[in-house]
Design a protein around this ligand. Sequence first.
Ligand SMILES: Cc1cc2nc3c(=O)[nH]c(=O)nc-3n(C[C@H](O)[C@H](O)[C@H](O)COP(=O)(O)OP(=O)(O)OC[C@H]3O[C@@H](n4cnc5c(N)ncnc54)[C@H](O)[C@@H]3O)c2cc1C
Length: 379
Amino acid sequence: MKHVAFDVIVVGAGIAGTSVAAELSKHASVVLIERESHPAMHATGRSAATFIPSYRANNPALRLLTRASGNFLKSPPADFSEQALLKARGMLTLLNGVSPQASQRELEQMNATLEHSIVELPVAAVKERIPVLSDEWSSAGWWESDVRDIDVHALQQGYMRALAKNGGRFLSSQDARPHWKKGAWHMPIDGDIFSAPIIVNAAGAWADEFAASANVKPLGLQPKRRTVILVAPPADHDVENWPLVAAYDGSFYFKPEAGMLLVSPVDEHESPPCDAQPDELDMAYASEFAMQALNGLAIKRIAHSWAGLRTFAHDSTPIVGFDPAVPGFFWCAGQGGHGIQIAPATAKLAAALIRGNENSTKLKDLGFSAEWVSPTRFL
Ligand SMILES: Cc1cc2nc3c(=O)[nH]c(=O)nc-3n(C[C@H](O)[C@H](O)[C@H](O)COP(=O)(O)OP(=O)(O)OC[C@H]3O[C@@H](n4cnc5c(N)ncnc54)[C@H](O)[C@@H]3O)c2cc1C
C-alpha cells in the first residue's frame, strides 16, 4: 500500500467536479475520483442541455454565474474543444392565462437585469415560429433570442482533457470515503491511500451523504427528480430549427433534439440520491401536454426516456466555499437546474477560493459576492 499525496482531491466527476478539478490543475496537483465507471453518468449526462440567461435571473448569484459562464461558453480557450460549445436555439414562453399588464410588468423587471432583452410577440408571430401550435396553447409569447443549446459532452470532455493535460489524474469506479487525520484528508483508493489537505465535495445528489461520511454536517440538500421523453415530431414537420418552447405556467417544455422532440413535464419530485428512473405517470403527462399543444402530434411510442436529479439547497442557490466548521472541506453542490450553464464560472470561483485568491475571477467585476454562495449562510 502506497501513500499518494495531492494538493486537492475532488469527489464526483459530473460537470461540477470535473470543471473544478480542471481549473485547479493549472496550479495544483489534483485527483478527480468518481464512483461510476464513467464521468457524467448522473445529472450531467441527463440534462436538457440548455443555456437560458433569464432562468431564475431574479437570483443574483445564478444570474451572474450564468452571465460569466456564457462568456466562456461562447469563446472557450482555443485548445478547449474542437466543436462549438453553444448553438443558437432561442426560447418561446407561451403566456396562456397571463394578462398583458402582468406580462409587461414582469418583462420590464427581467429586462432590467439581463444583457439581451426579451421581447413580447403577438399570437401571429408565435404561430409563425410553431405553425402547428394548437388553438388551446396559442397565445402571446416572450421571445428570448440568447437561449442556446449547450454541447454538454464537448464541455465535459474539454474539462477532462484540460485536467489530463495539466497532469491531473482521474480515477473511476472508486467510492470516496475520506477521514481527517493529522492535517489532511485520507481515503483508500485502489489499494493505496490518497491524501490531501483539501477535499472538494462535488458529489451532486450525494453531496450531503458524502459530507456525513466524512463526519461533516450535511446542509439539507434536496435532490428532485425531473423526467424527459423523446418522441417523433408531428408528421411532415422538420422541427430542427424550432426554439425551446415552455409554458409560462410551468406545465411543460419541449425542444428539438436530433430530429426528435424532447419533452419534459417539468416535474420536481423529492427523491433520495439514486440512479433516477422515469416514472410512468410523468411520461404520460409529458405525452399528454405535447399532444395538447401540437396539432398532428400522435405519440404512439416514446422513443426514449430518462430522469435525473436536480439538487437544491433550501434557498435554491448553489453552495460554493469552505465548510466553516471543518478544515479543508470545500463544498461545490446544490446547482439545481443550472449546473451546466453555470459550471465554467462556478469552477473558476471555486478554484480561486481554494487558492485564497477570490478577487482573481471576473465575477467580482460583475458585482458578484462569494458570500451569496458561501456555506456559512447555513450557520
Ligand atoms: C432533466 C434535467 C434537465 C436539466 N436541464 C438543464 C439545463 O438545460 N441546463 C443546465 O444548466 N442544467 C440542467 N440540469 C441540471 C444539471 O444537469 C445539474 O445541475 C448538473 O449536472 C449537476 O452536476 P453535478 O456535477 O453537481 O452532479 P452529477 O452530474 O450528478 O455528478 C455528481 C457525481 O458524483 C459522483 N459521486 C457521488 N458520491 C460519490 C462518492 N462517494 N465517491 C465518488 N463519486 C461520487 C456521482 O457518481 C456523480 O457522477 C438538468 C437536470 C436534469 C435532471
